[in-house]
Write a protein that binds this ligand. Structure first.
Ligand SMILES: CC(C)(COP(=O)(O)OP(=O)(O)OC[C@H]1O[C@@H](n2cnc3c(N)ncnc32)[C@H](O)[C@@H]1OP(=O)(O)O)[C@@H](O)C(=O)NCCC(=O)NCCS
Length: 170
């Protein structure tokens, strides 16, 4: 007997809100524990519950899901570049996989799909911000050919963390 697991990338629907909130919770805890102070991390996660995702999906935010069988393995959300000082058209705001789905090539697929979607909307160049201490993300964006083009910092409670922008030209 053989079984087939469907792996696909598709746009999020309102009925996905609850699952995306769970993926967000798991992925952010794993990525930022020890980097973002605990109470701040809890606040960031709580703010992004099912209601937040439901509203983002209904508003038409671009949210792609990496679906592995019945499970949502990860998500990416993206759109116009928010930093006026940077001359890139598009931005991937977030790209997160559940810990058990990391390191299997899914991140690369999700990134490529987001980039393709932005290019199809005329946004040919792209930027992504990562916290400098998030070594995994920094290595990932370098492996994907991103160039470090800017630095900034962000305050999380009592801690100020450096962040770095990676860019892909048209
Ligand atoms: C970062 C993340 C999206 C990468 O996705 P992934 O599926 O694990 O990565 P892939 O398997 O597609 O790897 C693609 C390339 O990046 C490299 N890479 C990925 N993670 C890496 C790591 N932690 N350290 C070093 N290299 C890494 C891989 O070696 C691979 O390179 P290659 O194709 O040249 O061999 C995923 O691990 C994740 O969700 N991490 C936690 C959340 C996070 O930090 N998100 C980014 C916030 S800005």
């Amino acid at each position: 007997m053989s079984s087939t697991t469907l792996i696909e990338i598709r746009r999020a629907k309102p009925s996905d809100a609850e699952s995306v909130a769970t993926v967000h919770d798991e992925a952010w805890r794993a990525a930022y524990q020890g980097i973002i102070p605990g109470t701040e991390l809890e606040k960031l996660i709580t703010r992004r519950g099912p209601d937040w995702w439901d509203s983002a999906i209904r508003k038409g935010s671009r949210i792609s899901l990496m679906v592995f069988g019945e499970q949502i393995a990860g998500y990416a959300n993206y759109g116009r570049n928010r930093a006026r000082s940077l001359f890139y058209d598009g931005e991937v705001y977030e790209l997160y996989l559940r810990p058990e789905y990391q390191g299997l090539g899914f991140g690369r697929r999700l990134f490529s799909s987001a980039r393709r979607d932005l290019v199809q909307s005329g946004m040919k160049s792209l930027v992504i911000w990562a916290l400098s201490e998030n070594d995994g993300a920094v290595e990932f964006y370098k492996a994907l050919g991103g160039r470090a083009v800017a630095r900034s910092s962000e305050k999380f409670g009592s801690r100020t963390l450096d962040k770095v922008a990676f860019a892909w030209s048209a």
